[in-house]
Ligand binder design. Structure first.
Ligand code: OGA
Ligand code: NI
Length: 369
């Protein structure tokens, strides 16, 4: 991987040591940003081949991911059109934004405010909550989820709360009081939107409306509250590195911006739209849909604005022990299965061992005829 070469070229730099020292301060990137630094520590500096992609595209026509109005969801005569819009968006972009999804603006604002309030707590309070102990369960507050797997760090901190399955669910007393009520409300509202969208995604494939639900996409759920502090050198690092998601994602961002989606080899901005949610599918759904739907790489630029960038994300995944494969209803002699059956455990293992590189996994389970 290119990032390794970059680090290897500077032998005096002990990356593992720098990661560990940073982690032990428990101050997060927000703490570094607020210490008044004007240049970022070396462990955040990305290699030139990544930095060169941060420049604005030269094309003059600004592309945008599809924007879909969900208000016609319950209007039988308009449903078909809505299904088509979503199918088209997810098969070409893997992403879309939705408006009129039914979540009151007050709930959205309270969610973002509560995440900000969590991250704004004084170091003495927040550092007590900083941990990496609960490997994929419970409640975690930390900077850079993949810090010790990564070759280079990124400019964000996160609060992660598992809500399902029961054995991974965060203990009531571990969920920070400062954002508990709001995160619960966000989960229940975002789950309702996910239910609607899963129906529409099923219909877009021509399969029974409840198909995704029955496959278990509500079985493993986690809520993440990301915080992207001001970065004094946004052209040297990223907020969140390029990756794909696993299952189905509902995301709410504040008005700062920085999320980008890869489309036709170009990074396209996901413009913040007040009240809108950003929706995308991940790798397991690409497999299940037999490539009718695509899981697309996305990233977040380092935040150049003094106002922090906040996002609230709900991830809907299958349980780790679940298996998945292209839906038999989609297959015929003309359209054979593109992938073999796999398990979520196999997927996760491959995903993390390859630096969040999903394409490796998809290639691995591809059926070669
Ligand atoms: C993620 C993600 C984007 C954002 O958490 O997987 O892509 O805007 N987040 O925070
Ligand atoms: Ni993501």
């Amino acid at each position: 991987m290119a990032a390794t070469d970059h680090i290897a070229a500077t032998p005096t730099f002990d990356l593992a040591k720098e990661f560990k020292e940073f982690d032990e301060t428990k101050m997060g990137v927000k703490g570094i940003a607020e210490s008044g630094i004007t240049s970022i520590p070396k462990m955040f500096i990305h290699p030139p081949e990544v930095l060169s992609t941060l420049k604005k595209p030269t094309s003059h026509t600004k592309k945008a991911i599809p924007l879909i109005d969900l208000s016609s969801f319950n209007v039988p005569t308009k449903r078909h059109q809505l299904v088509e819009q979503i199918r088209e968006a997810i098969s070409s972009w893997g992403f879309f934004q939705v408006i009129n999804h039914g979540i009151p603006l007050s709930v959205l604002n309270e969610t973002l405010d509560a995440i900000k309030a969590f991250h704004d707590q004084p170091h003495e309070v927040k550092s007590k909550l900083y941990n990496r102990d609960n490997d994929d369960k419970g409640v975690m507050y930390q900077s850079n989820y993949d810090l010790y797997l990564a070759k280079v760090a990124t400019w964000h901190d996160s609060l992660t709360i598992w809500t399902a399955p029961e054995e991974k669910r965060g203990k009531e007393e571990d969920i920070p009081e400062i954002c508990k009520k709001e995160m619960e409300a966000w989960e229940s509202h975002s789950s309702k939107v996910a239910e609607i969208l899963f129906e529409l995604l099923s219909e877009g494939l021509g399969v029974e409306a409840e198909r995704f639900k029955k496959l278990g996409f509500f079985d493993a759920r986690l809520l993440v509250g990301h915080y992207y502090p001001y970065c004094p050198q946004p052209d040297l690092t990223v907020g969140l590195k390029p990756h794909t998601d696993a299952g189905f994602t509902v995301l709410l961002q504040n008005q700062v911006g920085g999320l980008q989606v890869k489309h036709c080899d170009e990074w396209v901005d996901v413009e913040p739209i007040p009240g809108a949610l950003t929706i995308n599918i991940g790798d397991t759904i690409q497999v299940i849909s037999n490539d009718n739907y695509v899981s697309v790489e996305h990233r977040v630029l380092a935040n150049a604005s003094k106002e922090p960038r906040i996002s609230a994300v709900t991830f809907f995944n299958m349980n780790t022990n679940a298996s998945f494969e292209p839906l038999p209803e989609l297959l015929s002699s003309d359209k054979p299965a593109i992938y073999r059956q796999s398990t979520v455990a196999e997927y996760l293992e491959s995903y993390y061992s390859k630096g969040l590189n999903c394409k490796y996994f998809l290639d691995k389970i591809k059926i070669v005829n």
